[in-house]
Design a protein around this ligand. Structure first.
Ligand SMILES: [Zn+2]
Length: 311
């Protein structure tokens, strides 16, 4: 054996040892924190899916705080450091969290295990005018609003939890089975309720419902320039009135309750009623405390859709 071969062998051994130490460190860390992996989720739907699977055996935190608007949100430097120390980091991807790419580039290797929940899922394109406030990449980021795709996202989360905490793998798998049964039930409810509504158009103030519409045969028409708490300008009202008249539609879906004044203006000027469809991108603290979650809001959304489309 010459000196060079010995050197290479030593190098290989030291790389292998480093790998072992890394994974041993993670295990040790998990043990040190009362056995709970620290899991960061970027936005509410990722948080809710992780919560349903991780239950009380993970220390779960949400990056975008309750009540904050997830589009255009930016983390503090301190939060980025905290996320860097987590065992798992979950994000939706498709440009929903533009800050993540920069963060990942700055993280040292080895931690956390990163889950891009939309990876491998068939994406829908987003038209130019709907991209306002969204990723310029051309794909629609609101993947979670289709229960079938939501289940795929949940499965990616499951894999990461099992990877960092094998001791609780069976617990995570059982929770995932329960949650995916609920998602399948939700999908069935939507299919049944909207079976007769194929091709119907819904007018929305935020182009978040592309995947939902695509899954259940609806057509989403986003109107820009509508804010639930502000009165639209005269030009927007004229445009909206013409659109609703052309399509024979008498509703506009907002993300949150509209101000009574806006409701009045809409009724008077364009003969439309404001309704609420929640895109579940972020919940308020109160909504979270009341026990609302992805499944319950999706059911509420379905009831609203059905009522409006049946009217
Ligand atoms: Zn959006």
């Amino acid at each position: 054996m010459n000196g060079r071969t010995v050197c290479i062998m030593l190098l290989i051994v030291s790389i292998m040892t480093a790998g072992c130490i890394n994974s041993a460190n993670r295990q040790a860390r998990v043990a040190e924190d009362r056995g709970k992996p620290l899991v960061y989720a970027s936005i509410y739907p990722m948080y809710d899916f992780a919560k349903k699977i991780g239950g009380d055996r993970i220390d779960l935190r949400m990056a975008v705080p309750a009540g904050a608007e997830p589009h255009g949100w930016e983390p503090t430097a301190r939060l980025l450091v905290e996320i860097g120390r987590a065992d798992v980091f979950i994000y939706n991807g498709v440009g929903m969290e533009p800050w993540v790419d920069r963060m990942l580039a700055s993280l040292p290797g080895g931690r956390p295990v990163v889950v891009e929940a939309s990876e491998g899922i068939k994406l829908l394109e987003m038209k130019g005018r709907d991209r306002h406030g969204h990723s310029p990449a051309g794909y629609d980021p609101h993947v979670w609003l289709d229960p079938v795709r939501a289940k795929m996202q949940a499965e990616s989360i499951l894999k990461a939890l099992v990877q960092v905490d094998r001791d609780n793998a069976e617990y995570y798998r059982a929770n995932f089975r329960d949650f995916s049964a609920k998602l399948e039930e939700l999908d069935r409810l939507y299919r049944e309720a909207l079976a007769g509504s194929g091709g119907r158009e819904i007018v929305v103030s935020h182009a978040a419902f592309g995947y939902l519409a695509d899954r259940y045969g609806l057509i989403q028409i986003p109107v820009s320039g509508l804010n639930p708490q502000e009165e639209p300008g005269a030009a927007e009202l004229v445009q909206l009135a013409k659109l609703l008249q052309d399509k024979n539609i008498d509703h506009v879906f907002f993300e949150t309750l509209t101000s009574p004044k806006l409701a009045e203006t809409l009724a008077r000027e364009v003969g439309a009623k404001p309704e609420v469809l929640n895109p579940i991108g972020g919940l308020t603290r109160q909504q979270m405390e009341e026990g609302m979650d992805y499944i319950s809001i999706m059911k509420q959304n379905l009831e609203t859709l059905k009522r409006v489309l049946d009217e």
